[in-house]
Design a protein around this ligand. Structure first.
Ligand SMILES: NC(=O)c1ccc[n+]([C@@H]2O[C@H](COP(=O)([O-])OP(=O)(O)OC[C@H]3O[C@@H](n4cnc5c(N)ncnc54)[C@H](O)[C@@H]3O)[C@@H](O)[C@H]2O)c1
Length: 399
C-alpha cells in the first residue's frame, strides 16, 4: 500500500514566512504546498508586523502557540521542538530584501527551504546562500512556478531530446500593465515595495518578472548563456526602478535569445510567453493559456498540443506533471504545486538519509536562483553602460 511521502509515512510539516493579511503570494504557497496531501502548514511568521503576524494565523489554521511574531523566533523555537513535531521546511513569501536572511537562517538551522524569486537582494547574497545550502545539505527550491506547467516540462523534454533540432533562438517575454501609472504613490502595497530600490533590489520589472522569463528560457532549452546586453527604461515619471526593458543573450551554441519585461503595457495581465526556434521546428507556450502548446514545422499543419496525461504524444516529464484528465484546465496553483511536489521527493530522500540531486533538479533550485541574481546584476550593469556586452555564464549553473 502506498503511504504519504513513501518511507517517511507522514506529511511534511511546513512553516510560512509572509502571507499575512492583505498579502498575495503566501496564500498561493500555502495552497500549492498541500495540493497533493503531502504537507501540512503548522507554523508561521506571517507578517513583518507582530500583531498582524498573530492575527493572520487563524485564517491558515495555524495554532496560536506556533504563530510566531518573527522568523527568528520561529526558527529558534521550532529547532528546540522534538524531532517528531518540528517543521521540515520553511517557505519564504516576503519582499525580496528579506529573502536572504530568512532563507539562510532556515538553511543554517537544517530546515529545507522553498524561497520565492528573485532569490535574494543581490548576487553577493545569492553566492553566500549557495554556500550555506551546500554546507547544511538542505533541499532548496525557488518558486519559478512557470516551470511546473506540464506543457513547459513537455517542451523541455522535447527540446532537450532534440525534437526541434539545434536550438537557434529563444524569445521570452513577461508583459504586464498594472504599473502603467504610479500606483506606488497611492500606497498600493505590492507596488510600493516593488518600485523601492531598498526593498526590490537593483531592478524593477526586470527583477520581478524578467527573471521568470529568463528562467523559463534556460529551463526549457538548457542552453548555456555566454554574454548579455540590456536596455532598461523607466517610463513612469518619478519611479526609481525600470518598468520596461529588453535583454539580448548570446548562448554558447551560437543561439540568440531575448528577454522582454514590461509592467506598463495597457491591458496586459500576466503574459509570460515563450517561443523557441530550432532547425527542425519551433514551439510556443503562454502561461495565460497554459493547457495549450503550439509546435510548427514548415510545410506541415500547425500542431496544437493539449495537456493530456494519457495521450501518446505526451512525454514522461509532461505526463508526470499532470493531475487531471485532458480538458479540465490546470493552471497557476497546479504548476506552483509541481515545484513543491518534486522538492518533496528530495526532502523525503534527505529525511531517509539518502542522496538526492541538487543541481540538475526538475524544480528550480538555489543555483537557478543565484543565476537569476547574476542575470539581474549583469542586466543593470549593461544598461548603465549603454547596453555593453557583459559575461553571463554563471559558474555554478545547471548543465
Ligand atoms: N512566483 C510568483 O509567481 C510570485 C508572484 C508574486 C510575488 N512573488 C514574490 O513573492 C514575494 C512576496 O510578494 P507578494 O506580492 O506576496 O508581497 P506582499 O507585499 O503581498 O506580501 C509580503 C508579506 O510578507 C510579510 N513580511 C515582510 N517582511 C517580513 C518578515 N521579515 N517576516 C515575516 N513576514 C514579512 C508582509 O507583512 C506581507 O504579509 C516577493 O519576493 C515576490 O517577488 C512571486
Amino acid at each position: 500500500m502506498e503511504t504519504t511521502n513513501g518511507s517517511l509515512n507522514r506529511k511534511l510539516r511546513m512553516a510560512l514566512v509572509g502571507g499575512g493579511q492583505g498579502s498575495f503570494i503566501g496564500r498561493v504557497h500555502a495552497t500549492a504546498a498541500v495540493l497533493d496531501n503531502r504537507a501540512a502548514l503548522v507554523a508561521g511568521a506571517l507578517s513583518s508586523n507582530p500583531e498582524r503576524a498573530k492575527a493572520s494565523a487563524p485564517a491558515y489554521d495555524i495554532a496560536e502557540s506556533r504563530a510566531y511574531t518573527s522568523y527568528q523566533e520561529m526558527i529558534d523555537k521550532e529547532k528546540s521542538l522534538p524531532v517528531d513535531q518540528r517543521i521540515d521546511f520553511v517557505s519564504v513569501a516576503t519582499p525580496n530584501h528579506t529573502h536572504f536572511e530568512i532563507a539562510k537562517a532556515a538553511a543554517d538551522a537544517g530546515f529545507n527551504v522553498i524561497c520565492d524569486k528573485p532569490m535574494t537582494f543581490d548576487f553577493a547574497q545569492a553566492e553566500e546562500l549557495v554556500k550555506s545550502v551546500e554546507k547544511s545539505g538542505v533541499v532548496f527550491a525557488v518558486s519559478h512556478n512557470y516551470t511546473g506547467n506540464p506543457l513547459v516540462r513537455q517542451a523541455r523534454e522535447m527540446i532537450q531530446g532534440g525534437e526541434l533540432g539545434e536550438i537557434q533562438a529563444i524569445r521570452a517575454n513577461y508583459i504586464q500593465g498594472w504599473l502603467r501609472t504610479a500606483i506606488e504613490a497611492e500606497d498600493q502595497k505590492q507596488a510600493a515595495w516593488r518600485t523601492d530600490p531598498s526593498k526590490s533590489g537593483a531592478a524593477g520589472a526586470f527583477g520581478d518578472i524578467g527573471t521568470h522569463a529568463y528562467n523559463l528560457g534556460r529551463y526549457i532549452t538548457g542552453l548555456i548563456p555566454e554574454e548579455i546586453s540590456c536596455n532598461l527604461k523607466t517610463f513612469v515619471e518619478g519611479r526609481k526602478l525600470d518598468d520596461y526593458g529588453h535583454a539580448v543573450i548570446r548562448y554558447s551554441n551560437g543561439a540568440l535569445g531575448t528577454v522582454t519585461a514590461s509592467q506598463i503595457s495597457h491591458g496586459r495581465e500576466n503574459d509570460a510567453f515563450i517561443e523557441v526556434d530550432g532547425t527542425e521546428g519551433s514551439l510556443q507556450w503562454r502561461q495565460e493559456e497554459p493547457n495549450v502548446m503550439i509546435v510548427r514545422k514548415n510545410g506541415s499543419p500547425h500542431q496544437m498540443y493539449t495537456r493530456d496525461p494519457n495521450a501518446p504524444f505526451m512525454n514522461e516529464m509532461g505526463a508526470a506533471a499532470c493531475r487531471l484528465p485532458a480538458g479540465h484546465p490546470e493552471g497557476f496553483f497546479e504548476a506552483f504545486a509541481n515545484v513543491y511536489r518534486f522538492a518533496y521527493d528530495a526532502m523525503v530522500a534527505r529525511a531517509a538519509g539518502e542522496s538526492f540531486e541538487t543541481k540538475d533538479t526538475i524544480y528550480p533550485n538555489v543555483y537557478d536562483g543565484a543565476e537569476g541574481m547574476y542575470f539581474i546584476q549583469q542586466c543593470v550593469a549593461s544598461s548603465a553602460d549603454n547596453g555593453a556586452w557583459l559575461p553571463m555564464k554563471y559558474e555554478n549553473a545547471r548543465s
